[in-house]
Design a protein around this ligand. Structure first.
Ligand code: G1P
Length: 298
């Protein structure tokens, strides 16, 4: 195992159908819905680039080509906008294309058993057995230190897998993976010995939610591979990252890092509206006017 290596790679699973946001996501991938003035997935990519990640794999499925179209550099459009004197638009379009280069974004078709472990294993096969970040593209963070960087820092401190955690209202346990926490190491770093997927409140082992960010190590990839091989032998069940982490955590060190910052979940209609509202209010150009409008309407 090569635990202890520097993290340069990240995977963003983006093959899901976004069922909780239907019918909004019938034709538009949920990753492309706007939060503030950017699609959700651009927030994730910017966070990774700002955290020094130089290889991003986005795992997609049919109908997701607009993600690729969004990030693909378009020099002809930039040139046209410049020729028309639309400098600000030209700069904005050029900046998005530049993310592709900085993050060296590549795309991979998801294939394999149902479950969120499959895109991680798909990406790991082509990225080699290195520790890597996995970020679901439905969480947006407003944080002084990006969430991805906080996870990398925790990994550098421990050399072990790390889960992004946030304090959770106990009534929300059936929406999240909930860690078994055994030890507080200071600065929000917690030792984890298990992870339960969406337990009832009375069965929840702690008041923390695993939100969509993980440092996945070769040990966890090996467990995902084992579960996938088993699926191909029996063709039943599903392959979940939570299960692989849970098995790995029983015999190996695993940590949780409570993320410092504000977290917006964009994966369901109610929280998505909150994310849109909050980011609009926080926008440096549009925020002040919207704030006074909110006051008038409220
Ligand atoms: C997934 C994970 C769950 C985690 C959640 C965070 O669930 O399986 O452990 O807490 O993401 O967003 P999903 O929301 O895809 O059902």
């Amino acid at each position: 195992m090569i635990e202890g290596m520097k993290i340069r790679k990240a995977v963003i699973p983006a093959a899901g159908i976004g069922s909780r946001l239907l019918p909004l996501t019938k034709a538009i991938p949920k990753e492309m819905l706007p939060v503030g003035d950017k699609p959700v997935i651009e927030h994730t990519v910017r966070e990774l680039v700002a955290s020094g990640i130089t290889d991003i794999t986005i795992v997609v499925s049919g109908g997701k080509h607009v993600i690729q179209d969004h990030f693909r550099p378009n020099p002809a459009l930039v040139e046209q906008l410049r020729a028309d004197g639309k400098t600000a638009y030209a700069d904005a379009v050029a900046e998005v294309g530049e993310l592709s280069r900085l993050g060296h974004i590549t795309y991979l078709d998801q294939h394999g058993p149902y479950g969120n472990g499959t895109p991680v294993l798909n990406a790991a096969r082509s990225m080699g057995d290195e520790p890597m970040l996995v970020l679901w593209p439905d969480d947006v963070f407003v944080a002084e230190i990006p969430r991805a960087q906080q996870l990398i820092d925790a990994y550098e401190r421990t050399g072990a897998p790390v889960l992004a955690l946030m304090p959770m209202d106990p009534g929300d346990s059936q929406r999240y993976g909930v860690p078994v926490v055994t030890d507080d190491q200071g600065d929000g770093l917690l030792r984890i010995t298990g992870l339960r997927e969406k337990p009832k409140p009375e069965d929840a082992p702690s008041n923390f939610a695993a939100i969509g960010g993980y440092v996945v190590t070769p040990g966890i990839i090996a467990e995902l591979r084992r579960q996938t091989d088993e699926w191909y032998s029996h063709r039943t069940g599903e392959v979940y990252l939570t299960d692989a982490i849970n098995v790995h955590a029983a015999d190996n060190p695993v940590f949780g890092q409570v993320i410092r910052g504000r977290w917006y979940d964009t994966g369901n209609p109610a929280d998505y509206l909150v994310a849109q509202f909050a980011s609009a209010l926080a926008h440096p150009d549009y925020g002040p006017a919207l704030r006074s409008l909110a006051g008038e309407l409220g």
